[in-house]
Design a protein around this ligand. Structure first.
Ligand SMILES: Cc1ncc(COP(=O)(O)O)c(C=O)c1O
Length: 511
């Protein structure tokens, strides 16, 4: 470690630098962080971000800071004091701190293209483009086992159209009819101007399917989580969420007035330790997990979370974005898969955009919860209702799945086939096995980018998952299966992966 010249360094200089690094790790502007702000409470810092700040600070000042001391610090000012100590510049007791200089005027930025945010984005974009940009690939057709990319029929392994309800003749016909009956928009907030019997029919169908008293549908899955998580709890409450939770859950926690804290992925023992220590400090404790995790493709141990919910008196919310239409004989999700009692989960969240083939989100639960959300959730009250076209298509899709279990069965046959083929090749499929998301581990981000681009040249679309969606150095190609994939298509995809890796000189990790 190269020592730095400490002459003239003041505690204010150190504080400014630490603030900048914390802001970078959190992804916000440094001016939003006060010196005494408790970083983890105010900005919902998770352990990875905390470690990132520590690594950056140690690197910047060429010092080593003991973890035990670092983790006792709550604020920029406390971390700065540790740095000063490590630099041998500790303020001696009684010595007055140098007078705080009048803040210098900041350079005005009046156009977005000159902002720090845009500069940081450009840097990242440049590095992606060097490798061939795999983002915003145009699919000018329906998207299921195949799609049309650049005028060419391509094998598609990147869609969440798990049971092919998007493009299904029944859902398309329902959409067509709804468009001619209602037009294409709700044309206002449902509360005030835009409700329809169709919406309540869809909500009743979802509630029945999910074994709850009622349900509410909102315009996007992401917004459903942000607004619901954001508004259900107050300053007397605690939110505990799995560290791998989707961005929409984390954003909801940021919005909420309550304290929130992540726990290690699926680690119900670590969660129980937190509960033993902290349950009684709060009124409500909202526990949020997902049914199936979209980066690793694993199913969460929901019965363990139900056990903790009952033991400690929690509200349990399960995001079923990737388990609805996937788990359970008719795609009913984790309740059916694990044989849960109807009220084991208090808040059953799902999206309409993945298995259900449309766009929107739902919360299914007690009639009190749903009624309260209908009058209070800002993302519902102050936003338009979903398009009647989508509501009708979604309703037709759920009815089809409940009547006919073949699409879910076909999906699971495909999962078993793909997994067997991947195992034969000793590829590392991370935690996958029973869900249509089957990641194949690659390693460095640039290798996943290069493989994805090469695969597309070979007629196979499979998107990469890279940092920060997955840990650094653990990038992967995420194969998403649907009920229409045929064995030869899955074989071809894996053959092309092997040949692309050979051509690029990439060694795929083998098990
Ligand atoms: C777990 C999870 N929750 C919520 C969402 C947001 O859903 P939507 O894309 O329908 O807005 C996603 C989307 O990827 C997700 O994976």
């Amino acid at each position: 470690m190269k020592p730095i010249d400490t002459a003239g360094i003041t505690s204010l200089d150190v504080e400014e630098k630490v603030r900048e690094m914390a802001a970078k790790a959190i992804g916000i502007d440094s001016s939003t962080i006060g010196s005494a702000d408790a970083l983890s409470e105010r900005f919902k810092l998770d352990s990875l971000q905390a470690m990132e700040i520590l690594a950056k600070v140690e690197d910047e000042f060429s010092v080593l800071i003991p973890d035990e001391e670092y983790f006792k610090c709550k604020s920029v000012s406390q971390i700065s004091k540790l740095v000063m100590k490590a630099l041998g510049l500790e303020q001696t007791e009684g010595e007055p701190e140098k007078e705080r200089a009048k803040p210098t005027a900041r350079k005005r930025i009046a156009d977005f293209a000159s902002s720090r945010e845009y500069a940081a984005f450009l840097e990242r974009k440049r590095s992606i483009e060097e490798l061939g940009n795999p983002y915003f690939i145009k699919h000018d057709s329906k998207v299921a086992d195949t799609s049309i990319i650049s005028g060419k029929k391509t094998l598609n392994f990147g869609s969440y159209n798990y049971v092919c309800l998007s493009g299904d003749p029944e859902t398309v016909e329902a959409a067509r009819e709804a468009a001619s009956t209602y037009g294409t928009s709700a044309s206002g907030s449902r509360l005030l101007a835009g409700d329809k019997s169709l919406y309540r029919q869809l909500e009743a169908e979802i509630a029945d399917w999910k074994h709850t008293e009622d349900a509410i549908v909102m315009v996007s899955g992401h917004a459903t989580n942000v607004t619901t998580v954001g508004c259900l709890c107050n300053e007397n409450d605690l939110i505990l969420y799995d560290i791998l939770s989707h961005n929409s859950i984390v954003q909801g926690c940021l919005l909420s007035k309550s304290t929130s804290k992540s726990f290690p992925h699926n680690d119900f023992d670590a969660l129980e330790s937190l509960l033993k220590e902290h349950r009684d400090e709060y009124e409500k404790v909202l526990l949020i997990v997902e049914g199936v995790y979209s980066m690793d493709g694993d199913i969460a141990p929901i019965p363990e979370f139900v056990r903790l919910k009952k033991k400690y008196g929690l509200l349990l919310m399960v995001d079923e974005a990737h388990s609805t239409c996937v788990l359970g004989e008719h795609g009913g999700g984790v309740d059916d898969y694990f044989g849960l009692a109807p009220d084991d989960i208090d808040i059953k969240m799902g999206t309409l955009s993945k298995g259900l083939g449309t766009c929107g989100g739902y919360i299914a639960g007690s009639k009190q919860l749903v009624e309260w959300l209908m009058y209070n959730a800002p993302g519902f009250v102050f936003s338009v209702g979903i398009s009647p076209v989508l509501a009708a298509a979604c309703l037709a899709g759920i009815k089809k799945l409940r009547r006919d279990k073949t699409p879910v069965k076909k999906l699971h046959d495909n999962i078993a086939y793909f997994m067997a083929e991947a195992r034969k090749r000793r590829l590392d499929t991370v935690l996958a096995g029973e869900t249509p998301i089957i990641p194949i581990m690659v390693g460095p981000d640039e290798q996943s980018f290069a493989l994805s681009v090469k695969m597309l040249e070979k007629g196979v679309f499979v998107p990469p998952a890279v940092y920060p969606a997955v840990p650094k150095g653990k990038s992967r190609l995420r194969f998403c299966l649907c009920s229409k994939h045929e064995p030869w298509q899955m074989q071809k995809a894996l053959d092309e992966l092997e040949s692309a890796a050979r051509e690029l000189g990439i060694e795929l990790p083998r098990k």
